[in-house]
Write a protein that binds this ligand. Structure first.
Ligand code: PLP
Length: 421
């Protein structure tokens, strides 16, 4: 049983022949910037063990860099994912409320050690997205533009989180970076300035924040101070609790929010469900906590594809053209019939229908769209608005929609429009 097996390399060399062949294909198909220095092509995983394509068994001490705190293919996760996939694979939360989302939000609100009794939670896809959203929330809440991050920090690879990240190797050739990000010293006590005690080093790092207030951004323009409770990428450096307590005080004194990036440190990794529990015990709980990775044992999976021809198994691209033509024809006919429709536009099966008060003035008619959205929902058709004034209905139906479903939807949508004649 792999779950309890010990490491065993049985091929003459690594990578074995099958792994080598896949690694060669990878080199052709995937940018080398997504670096991999391991000779492993996974066939399956259980617990902390990987079996590769050639039958070699590896013990994984990396765990997806913090993604797999509960190991590969956990026996409770696998059937849960299967069961969910059979019920429905995706439900966009802006469109349909689903229980799993709400239940997880409730659970996290109970266990996440942020300041305050009543908590709210929302979800994104990756650690970087969580961090970006934490910053956005802090900016919106405080009405301030700037943030402070630290030497050694890693917060992700999106534009903002790359800016927040200390190591600029990640950014080469991709600038300009985001504005409003200032950096202070993280107390890397092992490498503290020569001759300083730990207390003096902590004070020195705190001073660097006051330097930022003097020379970078005034404190009253700072929305948040963001830090990892234990720097991961920066070298597994724990934030000393006295320093965190002092940060908490600086934040309280200046109306700044304290954000704990627990993307890597969350979910039991540090001996608590979240490392910030240690902060809380020291009366220095953060205001906002971002987390990811082990929250879902490897789900969700995101992917970015660029400049490649894509072969789709179900010929969905062709189907999009078919659907698009049907919808476009019908919408165009509505435009000549109903004076509240100003424009019909789109590409393939991504189509917008813009509503106006009248076609001459082009005054946006978001109210009508809102009413239409509700009316259609009541009749079993879910449509959504778009546009600056909410004046556009967007068509983004799944491309597996049948012709009958498509016609039925168009009929449902047209019915309330008849009142606009
Ligand atoms: N923040 C920390 C502390 C991380 O360790 C990471 C990833 O390693 C991120 C943010 C970015 O997470 P993701 O790769 O899911 O975007």
């Amino acid at each position: 049983m792999l779950r309890t097996a010990l490491p065993a390399v049985t091929t003459d060399q690594l990578p074995g022949p099958k792994a080598q062949s896949l690694i060669d294909r990878r080199a052709q198909a995937v940018p080398s910037a997504i670096r991999c220095v391991y000779p492993v092509a996974i066939a399956r995983g259980e617990g902390a063990m990987i079996e590769d394509l050639d039958g070699n068994r590896f013990l994984d001490w990396i765990g997806g860099v913090g993604v797999l705190n509960i190991g590969y293919s956990h026996p409770e996760i696998v059937p849960a994912v299967q069961a969910q996939a059979e019920q429905y694979f995706h439900g966009m939360f802006n469109i349909v409320t689903h229980e799993g989302y709400v239940a997880l939000a409730e659970k996290l609100a109970q266990i996440v050690p942020v300041k305050g009794d009543s908590k709210k939670v929302f979800f994104a896809n990756s650690g970087a997205e969580a961090d970006e959203n934490a910053v956005k929330i802090a900016r919106a809440y405080t009405g301030r533009p700037n943030i402070i991050t630290f030497s050694g920090a890693f917060h992700g690879r999106t534009l903002l989180t790359m800016t927040m990240t200390a190591k600029k190797g990640y950014t080469i050739g991709t600038g300009p970076l985001a504005t409003g990000v200032y950096r202070a010293e993280f107390p890397y006590l092992y490498r503290k300035p020569a001759g300083m005690t730990e207390e003096e080093a902590v004070a020195y790092c705190l001073d660097s924040i006051y330097n930022v207030f003097e020379e970078g951004t005034p404190a009253d323009q700072v929305a948040a101070i963001v830090l990892e409770p234990l720097q991961g990428e920066g070298g597994f450096i724990p934030a000393p609790i006295p320093w965190v307590k002092a940060l908490r005080k600086i934040c309280d004194d200046h109306g700044i929010l304290l954000i704990a990036d627990e993307v890597q440190s969350g979910f039991c990794r540090t001996g608590r469900m979240f490392a910030s529990e240690y902060w809380k015990e020291a009366e220095a709980a953060p205001d906002i906590l971002s987390t990811a990775k082990s929250i879902a044992a490897g789900l969700p999976l995101s992917a970015i594809v660029a400049r490649s021809e894509i072969m789709e198994r179900d010929n969905l691209a062709d189907r999009a053209l078919e659907i698009g033509k049907k919808v476009m024809d019908r919408f165009q006919s509505w435009k000549t019939t109903y004076p509240v429709i100003g424009d019909v536009r789109g590409l393939g099966a991504m189509i917008g229908l813009e509503f106006v008060k009248d076609q001459t003035s082009k005054e946006p008619n978001g109210d009508l769209v809102s009413a239409l959205v509700q009316e259609c929902a009541q009749r079993g058709l879910l449509i959504e608005n778009a546009g600056r004034w909410g004046q556009v209905v967007r068509f983004l139906a799944p491309l597996v929609i049948t012709d009958e479903q498509l016609e039925a939807g168009l009929d449902i949508m047209e019915d309330p429009l008849k009142a606009c004649l």
